[in-house]
Design a protein around this ligand. Sequence first.
Ligand code: NAP
Length: 308
Amino acid sequence: MKAIVLKKFGGVENLIVEEINTPKIRDGEVLIKAKAIGINPVDCKTRKGYGAAKRLKLPIILGWDVSGEIVKVNKNSKFNVGDEVFGLINFPGEGKTYAEYVAAPGEHITVKPKNISFAEAAAIPLAALIAYQALVKEGQIQKNSRVFIQGAAGGVGHIAVQIAKNLGAYVIGTASTKNREFLLNLGIDKFIDYTKENFEDIVKNVDIVLDCVGGDVGIKSINIVKDGGKIISIPSPIDEKLSILHPKVKMPWVLVQSNKKDIEHIAELIKSEKLKVHIQKIYSFNEIGEAHTQLERGGNMGKIVIAL
Ligand SMILES: NC(=O)c1ccc[n+]([C@@H]2O[C@H](COP(=O)([O-])OP(=O)(O)OC[C@H]3O[C@@H](n4cnc5c(N)ncnc54)[C@H](OP(=O)(O)O)[C@@H]3O)[C@@H](O)[C@H]2O)c1
């Protein structure tokens, strides 16, 4: 089979399409013929030697998001050959989804809702799982919570907006000018253009900040959270010293996890049309370098996907 193999960390030129053996499935796994692969910032960070790199050994087959059709199952599998599935595979371990065939634990996948394409299904798992695990499991947001999403038009942000709105939260989000209509159409209550406005001058007393940007943006967010509130930072943990200086604001870092129940919940939201993914662009398998470059360049609305 063809796979995209990373033999050394660095630029996109290190993402090489090669012919390798199709993976063998172990107990509890199924073999998926990939139809689409979702691209995430952690793929680019890991390619450069950061992200999940410390947990993996070169050569690496990157990628964690996949959708496709099952072509092989083990005895006692709950899945059948021919099932159309999607999921986040083995995160934060070896996902190996940049390949024509992917060995996936049955616990990390679920049936693809019929109302979405394979490309949409591949775009969803990591972004939707972190949005759900951060806002709902860690943030415990509820009806009327004031939720502030930094980077609301990105892969995670635009899904987080929908999850928070579904739960009846009041949702404020930042993005650049061109994403205003996109976010208003998703139902955001207040849009802040970070290229023209300073969010700290506009908003106060939020219950939860979901920070999808990091750095100074996360640090400045401390000023808009009410006592007892939380900044859930996903790019990286906020410096511990800041939590000592601001004991009334909790600053957890959440790392997404492959999780059967959670991906099934996401699939239900999609089926009932409460959650939609927006795809910025679909690339071919051989265009993996361009796909990484586009994601790293920024300015995207939603997700980048590879279709096979
Ligand atoms: N901890 C975890 O498990 C986990 C899981 C998923 C993602 N992440 C991390 O979370 C981050 C976001 O992921 P993603 O997939 O959403 O990335 P993405 O699709 O690249 O989105 C990032 C968004 O940030 C916006 N942005 C950039 N600078 C901004 C600023 N100063 N203020 C407000 N918005 C700004 C961009 O909007 P414009 O294009 O409008 O500038 C872009 O839409 C990445 O660092 C990723 O590695 C962590």
